[in-house]
Design a binder for this molecule. Sequence first.
Ligand SMILES: Nc1ncnc2c1ncn2[C@@H]1O[C@H](COP(=O)(O)OP(=O)(O)OP(=O)(O)O)[C@@H](O)[C@H]1O
Ligand SMILES: [Mg+2]
Length: 375
Amino acid sequence: MENPFIIKSYESKELFCDREEELQLMLRNCINHSDMTLISQRRMGKTGLILRLFDELHDTRPDIHTIYLDIFSSRNIDDFIKLLAEAALKAFRQQTTIGDRLMNFIKSLRPQFTFDSITGDPQLQIAYQTAHEKEYTLKGLLDFLDSQNVHIVMAIDEFQQIREYPEQKMEALLRTYIQQTHHITFIFCGSKKHIMADIFANEKKPFYSSTAFISLDKITAESYSAFIKRLFNDNQRSITEEAVQFILEWTRRHTYYTQQLCHTVFANGAQAITIEDVKMACEQLMKQGEAVYLQYRQMLTDKQWNYLIAIAKETAVSQITASAFLSKYNIGTPSASRRLADALREKGLLNDEITLEGTSYNVSDVFLSHWMERL
Ligand SMILES: Nc1ncnc2c1ncn2[C@@H]1O[C@H](COP(=O)(O)OP(=O)(O)OP(=O)(O)O)[C@@H](O)[C@H]1O
Ligand SMILES: [Mg+2]
């Protein structure tokens, strides 16, 4: 029996929990051509939601075409162009007229052009263009897509990656080209909240105020608990209310971790699931993570490691400079505390959330956080 708790990407709306409000909002924005920026902490479900949205668009709005590109692996404008062209070719492969025209257009750019022999996915190589030619190619591609008389929704995932490109102008260039399109709605998505905020909410930057912000929060306990029960019951399993509540609390309703724990409980095979089965799965997950946690230990200074443990033991800390916290864990001065928090946030090990009381910090990896509580 297939495990219904997906821990990779997206499969179907039946296996996707809630996000109805965000989905409706995004559908509305797509239909009204409003560009969007989707932000959340890591592993909360941004990519999944984009794919869910595309699925919905395919079902209800076949006139709208979707292009998904993940630029995480890109290092420069060449890579960006390549990923964009490949994603567009993939999207229009079935659409013979646009697909053929796109292919001809790309051939006219004289890149080397090959198809992946196993999947048949297009794979492009664009070689030896001058910086100016590359900009022209990028603009040409967007212009081409824009001039096909079809409405396109283009999601660019891990968008903050453009900040790593050596081409300093990339942000301004893209902003200019994007502004000139009329038939493409853009969704910018990224997991580095601070960089995304700097790109889209800093008045000194080209993308300032150009998109609608959508921030993904945790799925509600009601929705998630109904979802978990349904997926177990649909697969001839039962689960106690107490066990479900334990899952939601222990994983703090952080989507990836909740999915992962449910996946493990399911995989372990119990038919009538109790809180004992869940606790056993928690132990397994922490044990599995241990090798990686010990890597972190190597990677960090003693001060950083101990700081992470301090935050884990407190679950969340909203006053990292408060003397009670500093002295309890022997951290030192308020500015030392700030420095440690910043460094660990940079490394992705700490997550910060802006609350009414100020910035609250927690250990990003929920399983690591529980593992550290015991040290
Ligand atoms: N609404 C949902 N219902 C069920 N599973 C989900 C849901 N949203 C996301 N997931 C699952 O949770 C995991 C994390 O989701 P996803 O990769 O979409 O997060 P993300 O915010 O894009 O993460 P990252 O910041 O690492 O890019 C994935 O395994 C995905 O399948
Ligand atoms: Mg993602």
